[in-house]
Design a protein around this ligand. Structure first.
Ligand code: UDP
Length: 321
């Protein structure tokens, strides 16, 4: 199988490329390196079944050619990271919607199946825990930048499902819950690489808010296994699936755990949300996935627990320093 991965030099995309190559498939990555990095795919360069193009998916001629040359598409190119989103809302909205439109439109001409990576952020302020794929999405006000990300990804989902229903294009949507692992950067605000780098440097560990908010973290290796399973099972087309882990930890406990695993003496400091992000910033107190649907569809469950997730990130950050 020949796969095209948009955003393939990103954190998740590079792990997916590796997994597909390991299975004996061919991979072409297209990435404009806006948040991805050539460093992430450096070890894949020169492999016979691997090809990469450094360009934007907004280059329609290029994308038409790449679409022709593949059998299936993983569309991962998107603006990610709460910090980036709050700082660059125009880029977030435009990138997320425009690129998905281009990818789906071109894929539809040749009826190439498309996997659209979405996010648990679309559940917004829902309190119907655990979050199920058919549950309501609860967005905040349009003046609060964070929600533009959730809305732009929700539009991507609508579009993918619309192409499936109206044009019979095989599409599948996955909502990722806090994916973590080697190569993730803290540069765009993600909590685990940020805490690990702070702990290893002996710098203060910055817990935003009171640290009582909680998240469930999934290892990227589990996530790419789910991607491959969903894409290779035709009964998933036209559906939305959560991909995550349902073991929850508060951000303060996470900070303590990271500090302990790093043998660090860093102090833990509390930073108000308005200082960390922007005035009026709204965080989700909890975010837990219902994993029943994906388990029924492809028998997938997460297999890697938090201590191993954290030690993998710590090892990576130590090596990468
Ligand atoms: N967070 C934190 N300190 C940091 C970065 C993030 O306390 O240096 C918090 C953030 O406010 C949120 C949680 O950690 O409550 C997860 O943040 P992240 O940006 O990784 O993912 P999110 O779940 O917000 O998309």
């Amino acid at each position: 199988m020949r796969y095209l991965i948009t955003g393939g030099a990103g954190f998740v995309g590079s792990h997916l490329a590796e997994e597909l190559l390991r299975q004996g498939d061919s991979v072409c990555v297209v990435d404009d390196l806006s948040t991805g990095s050539i460093h992430n795919i450096a070890h894949l360069k020169g492999k016979p079944n691997f090809q990469y193009v450094i360009d934007s998916c907004a280059n329609v001629h290029l994308m038409a050619e790449l679409t022709d040359g593949c059998d299936k598409i993983f569309h991962l190119a998107a603006a990610v990271g709460v910090k980036l989103i709050v700082e660059s809302p125009v880029r977030t909205i435009e990138t997320n919607i425009r690129l998905t439109e281009i990818v789906l439109n071109l894929a539809n001409k040749k009826k190439k199946p498309v996997f659209v990576a979405s996010t648990s952020e679309v559940y917004g302020k829902s309190t119907e825990l655990p979050f199920s794929e058919d549950g309501d999405l609860v967005m905040g006000a349009t003046v609060k930048g964070r929600w533009s990300y959730a809305c732009s990804k929700a539009i991507d989902e609508f579009l993918a499902i619309a192409y499936f229903k109206e044009k019979k294009l095989p599409t599948v949507v996955a909502r990722l819950f806090n994916t973590v692992g080697p190569r993730q950067t803290g540069q765009y605000g993600m909590v685990v690489p940020s805490f690990v780098r702070q702990a290893l440097a002996g710098a203060p560990i910055t817990v935003y808010g009171d640290g009582k908010q909680s998240r469930c973290f999934t290892h990227v290796a589990d996530v790419v296994r789910a991607f491959v399973g969903l894409m290779s099972t035709e009964s998933t087309y036209g559906h939305v699936y959560n991909i995550g882990n349902n073991s929850e930890i508060s951000i303060l406990d996470l900070a303590k755990k990271v500090r302990e695993l790093c043998n660090s003496k860093s102090e833990i400091v509390f930073v108000p949300y308005e200082k960390a992000y922007e005035e009026g910033f709204e965080d989700m107190p909890r975010r837990v996935p219902n994993l029943g649907k994906i388990e029924r569809a492809i028998g997938w469950q997460p297999s890697i627990a938090l201590p191993k997730i954290l030690t993998d990130v710590i090892e990576y950050c130590r090596r990468d320093n």
